[in-house]
Design a protein around this ligand. Structure first.
Ligand code: BEZ
Ligand code: FE
Length: 300
């Protein structure tokens, strides 16, 4: 092979990396190189810019810990996380769609009874979420798991708190024999994504809105069904159309109803206003995909 030139360096790099042993990794790297090289050529990348870019990535790495997903945040604000979610969402029509996981999930939330409060002692207006978990045929799914988490009224998640004092705004609920569930929490508010790190610095140099619309996170699962990672968003709330991480889907927007003080869905009497949400989740059986559904619809 000749020495490298502007014209042959991409081909040379691809040839070298074609020796990657793992076939999928080989594909990922050899397809990435031409894009990166084409980008550098297109923008006429200077030495200074190249170094600034690498230093930025290094800083993203330095900020990344178990409690702070700055690397994920970078992907989120570039739209890559949501693009990846959508590329891999093969759920059949009618199933509740996925959205981004986000950096604040904690996987050991306490098991809570129907109607128990996952926001015990946390400031905010009480909010009751009820509904049914169903399959694509409309049949109830008993024993489905609703693993939930949300931010407090200052937009803070448990993992962001400097002082930890037990589970904070998270809990695992289950649907009953009729597929129904009942959750007590506080009404979510919109919040800013973390802006104190390198990703925030980059965003501050733009006109991008760095807020997320009011939402609650769910991981829904049930034996024999595909797990979904999703949110419920509040209809009519700010930032639905410019969510900083591109996570909103029409099907995930729910009506939040505000009530004057009175009897809540749990039967308790409240002397403050409260909210209710009724939303049904639809799970697809394991193995069912949109592709398989389309094939079934077209006679051979
Ligand atoms: C979240 O909803 O928790 C979230 C998602 C992506 C980036 C920041 C926060
Ligand atoms: Fe969130």
């Amino acid at each position: 092979m000749p020495y490298s030139t502007l014209d042959n360096i991409t081909q040379q790099a691809v040839a070298r990396w074609s020796t990657t042993h793992d076939p999928r990794l080989r594909e990922l790297i050899t397809k990435l190189i031409p894009h990166v090289h084409a980008y550098a050529k297109e923008v006429g990348l200077t030495h200074q810019e190249w170094l600034a870019g690498l230093n930025f990535l290094a800083r993203v790495g330095q900020w990344t810990t178990d409690a702070r997903g700055e690397n994920i945040l970078l992907s989120d604000v570039m739209g890559l996380s949501m693009l990846t979610v959508m590329l891999n969402d093969k759920l059949p029509k009618g199933a509740t769609p996925h959205t981004v996981l986000g950096p604040f999930y904690v996987d050991d939330s306490p098991e809570l009874e129907a109607g128990a409060n996952m926001a015990e002692g946390v400031a905010g207006e009480p909010c009751f979420i009820s509904g049914q978990v169903r399959n694509l045929k409309g049949e109830p799914i008993a024993g489905a798991t609703l693993d939930m988490w949300q931010a407090d009224d200052e937009g803070i998640y448990e993992v962001q708190l400097s002082e930890k004092s037990g589970p904070y705004l998270r809990g695992v609920y289950h649907s009953g024999p009729d597929g129904r569930f009942l959750v007590k929490t506080i009404a979510p508010l919109g919040y800013a994504i973390p802006m104190d790190g390198p990703v925030g610095e980059l965003i501050k140099g733009t006109d991008i809105s760095y807020f997320r619309p009011a939402h609650i996170h769910f991981i829904m699962s049930a034996p024999g069904y595909q797990k979904i990672i999703t949110h419920l968003f509040k209809r009519g709330t700010e930032y639905l159309e410019n969510d900083a991480v591109y996570g909103v889907k029409q099907e995930l927007i729910a009506d939040f109803h505000r009530h004057e003080p009175g009897v809540a869905p749990t039967g308790e009497k409240l002397d403050t206003p409260f909210w209710t949400i009724e939303y049904d989740f639809v799970l697809a059986p394991e193995g069912a995909t949109a592709d398989a559904e389309a094939k079934q619809a077209v006679p051979a």
